[in-house]
Design a protein around this ligand. Structure first.
Ligand code: SF4
Length: 299
């Protein structure tokens, strides 16, 4: 296939994938919501879950986005250094978002900052957001798509702790954010926590944590223990679905970390809402693809 044709084909497939992500929750989120529904005993949280499930059914039946806020499009682009379209990815993803905005359709969510006008295409200066990872000696493209809605983005926060605050400071920070703002993000929440040196390193990790499969654990035993302790702690707040109270507040807590400066701990939180529109897709160099997040789906 010639290069221009390949670009067109990849753009079309990514556009269809973005549209799908807006309408159908990934398998792991769907399974977790069903699991949480069973744990609730009071009529109100049960009814809220039932309404969420009905909403999902109708989104598919009516071919419409499952939440009115289809967010700002964000992509984690893990691209092999010999994937043939590596150098064209930014344009391909931007064009795919424009295409999906018309076809899905998606809400117009890209407002040029300071100039205060909506581009009407979901693209603008720096949007869609691309987080890059180049993989050496590899020709595969791995894409994570995420719709960052206003409500689920709202609790996001990052700071550098004072020396001596230690990991207790991390727990305090996360619980403080959750008790102050968690309610705004349409629980049950997915809580991404980044632990690194500076605010931007921690913040990026906290977003990447949201792309991890639900139920996965940090490979470091102590970090995995922190995930569990935070999950138990946030569940005790009793937010319940949509914040109407209930036994469970979160779908999961995912901690990502790097090595850090010996005297500082940077910590950040990013949240995903119950309608966590995330998708994961793999492309081989011949552009054949496998949708990993939504089993059995052909685009
Ligand atoms: S927080 Fe999520 S479910 Fe709630 S309005 Fe925003 S995108 Fe929709």
């Amino acid at each position: 296939m010639d290069k221009e044709k390949s670009i067109g084909e990849l753009t079309n497939v990514v556009a269809r994938f973005v549209s799908l992500v807006g309408k159908k929750l990934p398998d792991d989120v769907w399974a977790k919501l069903n699991e949480l529904r069973v744990l609730e005993t009071e009529p109100l949280p049960k009814t809220v879950y039932d309404t969420m499930f009905k909403n999902q059914e109708l989104a598919l039946e009516l071919n419409r986005p499952s939440c009115q806020d289809t967010g700002v499009l964000q992509f984690l682009v893990k691209c092999g250094d010999s994937f043939p379209l590596l150098g064209r990815m930014e344009k391909i993803l931007t064009d795919a978002v424009i295409q999906s905005t018309k076809e899905a359709p998606l809400r117009h969510n890209s407002v040029e900052t300071f100039d205060e006008y909506n581009t009407g295409k979901n693209v603008g200066k720096g949007t869609p957001t691309l987080f890059w990872e180049i993989v050496p000696d590899n020709d595969v493209l791995e894409l994570d798509v995420y719709m960052a809605g206003g409500g689920c983005t709202l609790p996001g926060k990052a700071m550098v702790l004072m020396p001596g605050e230690d990991y207790e400071g991390v727990v305090h920070f996360v619980l403080d954010v959750m008790t102050s703002y968690g309610l705004n993000a349409c629980p049950p929440l997915l809580v991404g926590v980044g632990v690194a040196t500076s605010v931007e390193t921690a913040a990026l990790l906290s977003k990447k944590a949201l792309f991890r499969p639900l139920g996965s654990h940090n490979p470091n035993e102590r970090a995995a223990k922190l995930e569990k302790l935070l999950e138990d702690g946030i569940n005790k707040i009793g937010l319940g679905p949509q914040g109407f109270s209930g036994k469970m507040s979160v779908m999961g807590v995912l901690v990502e970390n790097t090595a850090r400066h010996p005297s500082t701990i940077g910590v950040a939180v990013n949240t995903g809402c119950w309608s966590h529109r995330h998708g994961h897709i793999l492309f081989k160099s011949d552009l054949s693809y496998t949708v990993m997040s939504h089993k059995g789906v052909v685009l």
